[in-house]
Design a binder for this molecule. Structure first.
Ligand code: SF4
Ligand code: SF4
Length: 347
């Protein structure tokens, strides 16, 4: 449950070393996940000690969505007519993701609409979401590829978090509870200090500077309708030309959620696996007859864009993109979703 706006008791300051102590204390009760640097890249990993946390990260290479919707998982196994729930789908302990970025938290709210709707609840996803608290970290250094402010987010957006931590840049952090669950985490620590007026002013300046760093602006308004009009346009003949069909853009995307179901047999036991799939792969729509309705990268690229900016909007009223920029950073041939959006507007 969200806290009311007037509840100022939940805003506090904590020093860096005490933040580490608080996280370690929480680690006795929760499974802690945090950004860790490995081989020059940052990933969200389980941590035993706050010393492992890489505070200097911009954003993680992979989105933390796989903590809820793993890249591959056993849904269940069966032996003749006996079905067993997969043990690994049950959380052993409640979890905290520390330093998740606001854009990635927003993407989980979008995935909730797919996996936890009134019509359909995915029990694996729902259980993980319920058992996980999101302790966000505001972005003070957004990257050149970030455009969260164009798609309903922001580097200090707290709406989708339980708690937001903001770096004051002087060895102290501003901590703000957003939900009652976040407030309960704050109550487990008595080393907070009260914030002063000058702290709020400092924070406002940092926030303004961070927002100012986001130079990329895309216009989403009217995109859904425009996409309806250009479905058969020659625009799509050009936009896919460089695409290699590698699917990195979808695998790293915070909001992509297509999957395949596969049965793997080991003697008489069969496991049903769910694994990420991608609309950028030719086999994604290959039918048993051999017919493929999305025969080339042209149709596949169009599908990726239509899903994010048209179909998802029609179904859920929101764009399936949070502007994290991962697809821009990692596309091997520099295909840029911002340029595609601009191209659609001008098509
Ligand atoms: S990452 Fe780039 S090359 Fe690879 S499928 Fe996506 S758009 Fe195509
Ligand atoms: S489409 Fe690109 S920028 Fe948008 S959420 Fe996916 S990876 Fe991030």
């Amino acid at each position: 449950m969200k806290l009311s706006k007037g509840d100022r008791l939940k805003e506090k300051i904590i020093k860096r070393e005490q933040l580490s102590g608080w996280l370690e204390e929480l680690g006795k009760e929760y499974e802690m996940w945090a950004p860790v640097k490995e081989h020059g890249l940052v990933f969200f990993c389980p941590i035993e000690s706050a010393k492992s946390i890489y505070f200097g990260f911009l954003n993680s290479k992979k989105t933390p969505k796989d903590l809820f919707f793993p890249q591959s998982e056993v849904l269940f196994s069966f032996l003749k007519d006996k079905v067993e729930k997969a043990a690994e789908t049950i959380l052993q302990k409640p979890r905290i993701i520390f330093a998740i970025r606001p854009c990635d938290a927003q993407s989980l709210a979008l995935l909730d609409q797919v996996f936890d709707s009134e019509d359909y609840q995915d029990p694996y996803y729902v259980e993980r979401r319920k058992g996980t608290l999101l302790m966000g970290m505001a972005c003070t250094r957004p990257q050149a590829s970030c455009f969260c402010t164009s798609v309903g987010g922001g580097p200090f957006e707290k709406a989708y978090l339980d708690l937001l931590v903001e770096d004051l840049g002087d060895g102290r952090y501003f901590v703000e509870a957003v939900t009652q669950r976040g407030e309960a985490l704050m109550k487990k620590n008595d080393l907070f200090e009260d914030f002063q007026k000058k702290d709020r002013e400092r924070l406002a300046k940092i926030k303004k500077e961070a927002e100012g760093r986001i130079k990329s602006k895309v216009t989403i308004e009217g995109l859904e309708e425009k996409l309806d009009k250009i479905f058969d346009s020659a625009f799509w003949d050009q936009v896919h030309q460089r695409c290699l069909g590698c699917a990195i853009c979808t695998y790293l995307c915070s909001t992509c959620h297509c999957f395949a179901l596969l049965d793997e047999r080991d003697n008489s036991r069969v496991q049903r696996l769910r694994s990420w799939d991608s609309c950028m792969f030719p086999g994604f729509t290959l039918e048993a007859s051999g017919h493929n309705p999305r025969i080339s990268n042209r149709e596949r690229m169009r599908q990726r864009v239509m899903h994010k900016f048209n179909y998802f909007v029609k179904r859920f009223g929101e764009t399936a993109c949070v502007g994290c920029g991962r697809c821009i950073q990692s596309c091997p041939v520099n295909i840029d979703i911002r340029e595609i959006i601009e191209g659609i507007r001008n098509a």
